[in-house]
Every structure is written in structure tokens, then in C-alpha cells.
Design a protein around this ligand. Structure first.
Ligand code: DAT
Ligand code: MG
Length: 149
């Protein structure tokens, strides 16, 4: 089982798309392991996006992600990282495949609704930025045997 960090970004919460976005992951079968509503403080945003420091879009990105509350969650499942990334779609919604969250619900890279860890290494860095171990729940669902082979 992999764990990955997912964030419904400020535009998702403001636009009332939180439920829609969570629902897409939930219906795929991913298991929710942690979830909260929060406004990301500046320092945490800088840690989350440390890899992008110095890029032309960095300042705007930090401004955007800290501008309004987000819903942060940990999702769990086999290949959860790749499944979340493919469910989100490409970074630029204009290039995202139809059927993905970003293609169906967004138009611009700077308002692309959702974040998901991009690798196992990234997930291991990002999850503890937002959740303590005791906030992440591992539990069997009765449906697991109908979702996981
Ligand atoms: P992703 O969110 O798909 O993992 P990323 O990690 O490369 O993409 O970039 C993080 C966020 O930064 C992305 O969701 C939106 C913003 N961003 C990335 N590239 C950008 C660009 N060329 N112009 C404007 N914003 C950009
Ligand atoms: Mg990324």
C-alpha cells in the first residue's frame, strides 16, 4: 500500500468543488487515511514547494496556495501515487486528458485545483509536513476485497 498527499487547492474550496474532487478519488477506491481543512501558513507553503523556489511562477504559486483554505488529505492504496496523478491530469489543464479533474473542472495551470505527490520520495517528504503519525489512520474496509485483488 502506498500513501500520498492530496490537496484540494484554494480554488477548489472556493468554487465548491471539494466534494466533487474527493469523490473522484473515493469512487476509484482509494482509502482516506487522513483529512483536514486548513489555511496553509507561508512557511509550510515554502516547504511544500521548495523544489520550485526560484522559478518564474514561484511567488504566484505561494501567494495562491496560502490565499484561502484548502482541504488536505492522505490517500492510501496500491499504486496510490500514480493513480492520484492520473486522476488529476496534467499540470496544465489545457493539456490534461478529458475525464481528469483538471481537464473537466479547470482551465489554467495557476488554478489547477488539486495537488498530488509526484513520487514515492515526494510523498514521504510531503505527508509528514501536514500530518503527524497519530493523525493517519490505517483501517480495513469491508469493501477492500472488492477493490484490491
Ligand atoms: P503538479 O502540480 O502537476 O505536480 P508541478 O509540481 O510542476 O506540477 O508545479 C506545482 C504547481 O506550480 C502547479 O500545480 C502549478 C504551478 N506551476 C507549475 N508550472 C507552472 C508554470 N509553467 N506556470 C505557472 N504555474 C506553474
Ligand atoms: Mg508537483
Amino acid at each position: 500500500m502506498e500513501r500520498t498527499l492530496v490537496i484540494v487547492k484554494p480554488d477548489g474550496v472556493q468554487r465548491g468543488l471539494t466534494g466533487e474532487i474527493i469523490s473522484r478519488f473515493e469512487r476509484r477506491g482509494l482509502r482516506m487515511a487522513a483529512m483536514k481543512l486548513m489555511q496553509i501558513p507561508l512557511e509550510l507553503a515554502q516547504q511544500l514547494y521548495a523544489v520550485h523556489k526560484g522559478k518564474h511562477f514561484y511567488e504566484g504559486l505561494i501567494q495562491y496556495i496560502t490565499s484561502s483554505p484548502v482541504v488536505v488529505m492522505v490517500l492510501e492504496g496500491k499504486d496510490a501515487i500514480e493513480i492520484v496523478r492520473r486522476t488529476m491530469g496534467a499540470t496544465n489543464p489545457a493539456q490534461a486528458a478529458p475525464g481528469t479533474i483538471r481537464a473537466d473542472l479547470a482551465l489554467e495551470t495557476g488554478r489547477n485545483l488539486v495537488h498530488g505527490s509526484d513520487s514515492l520520495e515526494t510523498a514521504k517528504y510531503e505527508v509528514p509536513l501536514f500530518f503527524n503519525d497519530d493523525e493517519i489512520l490505517s483501517y480495513p474496509r469491508d469493501t477492500d476485497r472488492w477493490i484490491f485483488e
